[in-house]
Write a protein that binds this ligand. Sequence first.
Ligand SMILES: [Zn+2]
Length: 257
Amino acid sequence: MGWVKFLGTAGARFVVARQLRFSAGTWLELSGTQLLLDPGPGTLLRCRKVRPPLEPRELSGIILSHKHLDHSTDVNIMIETMADGGLKRRGVLLAPQDALEGDDPVVLRYVRSFLERIEAFQDGKVYEIGKAKIKPVPHNHGQVETYGVIIEAEEGRLGFVVDTRFFPELPEIYAGCRLLVINTVLREWNPDVDHLSFPEALEIVKAVRPNLAVLTHFGMTMLRDKPWELAAEASEKLGLKVVAAADGMTVEATDWA
Ligand SMILES: [Zn+2]
C-alpha cells in the first residue's frame, strides 16, 4: 500500500533560510510508483539521511509545482540522480512552462537530456506516471505559474494544495480527495502575501471533508503557534482528522482509507 513522506515541512523564506524546519520535498509511493513533489533545498541530503534511506534511482517522476526556490532548488540534482547519474535516460518531469522556458528557467538544459519525458503543465490535461494519474490545478500565487496536483491512484484520490492565495473555487476543485495536503504558511490571513492562512486551510478542509488532512509548509507565524496544537484543536472542532506534518513524518494509505 502507498504512503507519503514529508522530507521537509518549511515554508516561506525565513523558515527555509534558518532551516528551522527542513525544506526538502514530499516523497510519494502510489500504485507502486515513486514520485517526488517539490524538491526544495536539501532534498537529496534528506533522502539519504532519513531511515530507511530513500533511493532516488527508484523514482519514476518529479513534479514541480512552481519555480520558487523553496520548491525547486534541488530539481536538477534530483533529475540527474533519478537517471542514475545521467547514465540512463530515465524518469518524467512535470513542471510549469515558466520553470522550463522564458527569462528564468530553473531546470538546466543539460540535465533535461537525462529525462525520458518532460511535460509542461496544461490545465485540463491528465499526466500518467506509472499507474498514477496526475491532474494539475492552476493556483493563484502571484507572478509565478503554479499548479496544485490531484493524483488518482489505487490508494484513492489525493490532493496537494500547494502555494496559493485562497479563491472560492479551491474547495470544489479538490472535492473527493481522501488525503488532502495543504501548504499553510500563515497563521492569519494577510492580504499582501500570496499564501494560504490557517483559517483558510480549515475552510478548505471543512468543505472537502477528506479522511485525512495534513497541514505543512509552515511559515514563522504558524511555527510560533505550534502547528501540532492548532491541528489537534481543529480536529476536535471539525470532527475530522487534521494533523500538522513534522519533518520525516510518513502517512500511510490506511491513514486515509
Ligand atoms: Zn511559492
